[in-house]
Ligand binder design. Structure first.
Ligand SMILES: CSCCC(=O)C(=O)COP(=O)(O)O
Ligand code: MG
Length: 226
């Protein structure tokens, strides 16, 4: 029995091209000025975290190199979340989710399933993104938001923590992601898993998990309401 659907974002509900070609360039443009904001404790904390792992290097260069490799580094994700806020607030950014996503989320929610997000993007960024989609504010559909502060997405302990935090047995949670190593970690923690293989994202199919091309396919595979 599935009671909670836990969703990755990039490559699962949102095209990778939107993150790479729209969101990252927006943040990259804002970063030089953002990194000077010593009055923002989150910025100061991120800079200190970068200095701890990259002593003597310019925080901006480190962030640029992380972005070029789409590296899921927590200080970068925190800074990007701050940078995206003004873009989502003033309408310059609007999340262009895969078209199958809003109707599936609504059907699942209306049928009583719980929904939660687990993404490398910061919780602030997750709420901004789902709060500003082409189909309106979807944040009321979600019961929980989890980011790297819960732990890495390739670490099975993170999924155990999410299950505990949502007060559910791991077996009653279905985790959806495009990344094989994340699905393996979730499966190891006892969650049910399904890989989203999006042709637009050229997802590499993973042997160890059932596969779906859309959330509608997920509904069929797992007998969820659609
Ligand atoms: C609000 S998420 C923005 C995209 C992003 O920065 C990211 O790292 C998404 O990674 P995911 O874990 O969702 O694949
Ligand atoms: Mg992903």
């Amino acid at each position: 029995m599935i009671r909670l659907v836990l969703l990755d974002i990039e490559g699962t509900t949102l095209p990778i091209s939107f993150v790479r070609d729209v969101m990252f360039p927006y943040a990259a443009k804002a970063l030089p000025e953002l990194l000077t904001r010593q009055d923002n404790p989150k910025v100061v904390e991120a800079i200190a975290d970068i200095a701890a792992t990259h002593p003597g290097e310019s925080p901006l260069s480190v962030c640029e190199s992380w972005m070029a490799k789409d590296e899921k580094a927590a200080p970068l994700k925190s800074l990007q979340g701050i940078a995206w806020k003004s873009g989502f607030d003033d309408g310059a950014l609007k999340a262009d989710l895969y078209p199958d996503v809003p109707p599936a989320l609504r059907s699942w929610h209306d049928a009583g399933l719980k929904l939660a997000v687990y993404s490398s993007g910061s919780v602030q960024a997750q709420k901004l993104l789902y709060g500003h989609t082409a189909q309106g504010d979807l944040t009321p559909l979600f019961n929980g938001f989890f980011d790297l502060s819960t732990g890495g997405k390739k670490d099975s302990q993170s999924y155990a923590r999410i299950a505990e935090s949502m007060d559910l047995p791991p077996a009653e949670i279905l985790f959806l992601s495009d990344i094989g190593a994340e699905l393996d970690a979730a499966s190891q923690a006892g969650l049910q898993v399904c890989q989203l293989v999006r042709p637009q994202d050229e997802t590499i199919a993973h042997d160890g998990a059932p596969q779906a091309a859309t959330l509608e396919d997920v509904s069929s595979l797992f007998s969820l309401p659609s």
